[in-house]
Design a protein around this ligand. Structure first.
Ligand code: Q9C
Ligand code: ZN
Length: 351
């Protein structure tokens, strides 16, 4: 049995276009993704589908800076107050305080909204619109509710989050992500009594935000399998020599894999990731479940088949830990149903 937490408010974040390959293209992180997965888990009868409880803002501010959360919450109001087009569906930052040193650009919270958008983002590929905060905060409450269920004794729960979260930094949005749902789930488990939590990220893209949030902590072990950032987004984090800092030294593990990776090699890396999690002695597990490792994903280059997702779920289930599964990426929209159901079926069959 596995209950699913879901909020229809995800559809309030409804981007039409995104920046990719140097131009505006149709957005891929769209409401229909979550609807497909919802219908699939409903038909599979894994367990009840329930609504999230209210948002615990205190917990969110344990992983994100309060000023960043305030920026997200107030963004659309500020947009209107700045006299900008109220009908626009997608907004994009275009200047960042990212280059130069002491004599270069300075990281300053400006009065002007363009400066703030650059201050609180790290890419131009993440449209923000009028309903983004409503959807992102609902997505975070989905993760919190699922984690509370597991902290309270349920063996596993599925957080059907949208928008996704694993690219969201302590104080910056990007990669279609605003609030880091997996980090919020991990923090909720910690607050609920788990001493050691492992986050295992199997999304095609490196979970740079989750890594950054926990990089100097030894109570949350972040482990990620992903496309080598020498070749793939997010490029500037996710390399194999990033192992943690300070108290967190040794509590971050990146296993970059080449584009084109198939299940055989993927499973081998996954086995070593799971062995490291077992050695860590986790009390609970958060899985960042990106279904963009599928062979026909439109923006990704791994080669997992429908059947391989059953094997993925089986390996994750066999870790035999209290587990919160958090939905992340996956853009082959019509294939999300079978890939989600195969993963969760493999998982439940191996508990
Ligand atoms: N040419 C997640 O899967 N840009 N985010 C892709 C493709 C960003 C993916 C560009 C991909 C972000 C949650
Ligand atoms: Zn991804």
């Amino acid at each position: 049995m596995m209950r699913t937490v879901f909020s229809p408010d995800h559809s309030l974040h409804d981007p039409q276009v995104e920046m990719a390959d140097g131009k505006l293209v149709p957005a891929v992180e769209i409401p229909r993704r979550a609807q497909m997965v919802l219908e699939a888990v409903r038909e599979a009868k894994f367990g009840d589908i329930i609504a999230p409880d209210g948002l615990d803002l205190g917990c969110i501010e344990q992983v994100h800076s309060p000023d960043y959360v305030q920026f997200l919450e107030s963004f659309w109001q500020r947009w209107l107050e700045a006299g900008r087009d109220a009908d626009v569906t997608d907004t994009f930052p275009f200047i960042w305080p990212a280059q130069g040193g002491p004599s270069g650009l300075r990281k300053i919270r400006t009065r002007h909204l363009d400066g703030l958008m650059g201050y609180y983002s790290f890419d131009a590929g993440t449209p923000m619109g009028p309903g983004t905060w409503a959807a992102a905060s609902a997505s975070a409450s989905v993760a919190q509710t699922a984690a509370r269920m597991v902290a309270g004794g349920e063996r596993q729960a599925f957080a059907l989050c949208r928008p996704p979260g694993h690219h969201a930094m302590p104080d910056a949005y990007g990669g279609y992500c605003f609030l880091n749902n997996a980090a919020i789930a991990a923090q909720t488990l910690r607050n609920g009594g788990a001493q050691k939590v492992a986050v295992l990220d199997v999304d095609y893209h490196h979970g740079n935000g989750t890594q950054a949030i926990f990089y100097d902590r030894d109570d949350v072990f972040f482990v990620s399998l992903h496309a080598d950032p020498m070749d793939e987004y997010p490029y500037f984090l996710g390399h194999g020599d990033e192992t943690g800092a300070g108290a967190g030294q040794g509590f971050n593990l990146n296993l970059p894999l080449p584009p084109g990776t198939r299940w055989e090699d993927y499973a081998q890396a996954l086995a070593s990731a799971l062995a490291r999690i077992e050695a860590f002695g986790a009390d609970a597990l958060v899985i960042s479940l990106g279904l963009d490792i599928y062979e026909r994903d439109p923006i990704s280059q791994f080669k997992l088949t429908h059947d391989d997702f059953t094997g993925l779920g089986a390996m994750l289930g066999a870790a035999n830990l209290p587990t919160v599964v958090v939905f992340e990426g996956g853009y082959a929209v019509d294939a999300l149903a079978v890939n989600a159901v195969n993963t969760l079926t493999g998982f439940l069959d191996n508990r």
